[in-house]
Design a protein around this ligand. Sequence first.
Ligand code: HH2
Length: 270
Amino acid sequence: MPAAVKVMGIVNVTPDSFSDGGRYLDPGEALAHARRLIAAGADILDIGAESTRPGAEPVGEDEEIARAVPLIAAIRAESDVAISIDTMKPRVARAAAAAGASIWNDVAALRFSPDAPQVAAELGCEVVLMHMQGEPRTMQADPQYGDVVAEVRAFLAERAQAAMAAGVAREKIWLDPGIGFGKRLEHNLALLAHLEEIAGLGFPVLLGVSRKRFVAALDPAAGQAPDARLAGSLAAALAGVQAGAGALRVHDVAETVQALKVWDAIAAAR
Ligand code: HH2
C-alpha cells in the first residue's frame, strides 16, 4: 500500500490571502488556528506571511520574518508537528528554519535569488518546488502554454536537478504543479487529469487545490466566496490522490482528513 497521504494545513499570517486574508494576522488568532488544525489531524502546518494570490503585492523580508517567525517559534514550543514556511525568500526560509520549520515551501522553486538552492542545501530542510508561470502580481494576465503538462513536468525536473546540483538531497525534494499559478481553467484541469506524469518524475507530489478559483469557475452557481468551494476542493484533492499525490495543502483539515479516511478504507477493502 502506498504511504499515507499527508495533510498540510494552511496558516496565513497575511492581510490579503485569497481565502482567509486578515483573519489570522493577530498572533494569538494565528496560534489558535494552528492549534485547531493540529487537533483536526494536520501532519504539517504551512505558515505563509506573504500572499501569492493573483495580483498580490510583494511583502518586505523584515515584515515577512516579523509575521512568521514568532508564530513558528510558538507552535514549536508546544507541538512537534512538522512546520513548513511558505516563502520565496532565502532569508525568510533561514529565519523560519532557525525557529523550527523543517520544510521550505517555495512557490518560486528556488529561483527568487541566485543563492536560493545553496541556502536550501545548507539548511538541510525538505523543499517543495512549485511551478509558476510569471510572478504573482501578473501571472493570471495571459498565461500561455503549448503543452502545459509537458512544460510543467520539464520545469519541475529541471528545478529538482538544480536543487540536487546545489546539494539538496534527492529524498528531501517535493514537486508541486502549482494549480492556479499562471494557469487558466483548462491548464489546471489538464494538470489534474495528468498528475501521474508529474508523479512519474519519481519525487513525492504536493497538491494545492483548496478553495481555488477553478472550483468556482466549474460551479458558478455556488458564488465566489472561497469557503463555498469545499466540496469541489475535496473532489479535486481525491482525484489528485488517485493520480499519486503524496500530500495535500488545504484550508479545511478536518474535512480532508475525513475524506482520506473514507478513501483509504475503500482502498483497503479492495
Ligand atoms: N498555493 C497558494 C500558496 N502557496 N504552495 C504550494 N506548494 N502549492 C500551492 O498550490 C500553493 C502554495 C495559494 O496562495 P495564497 O494567496 O497564499 O492563499 P492560501 O495560502 O490561502 O491558499
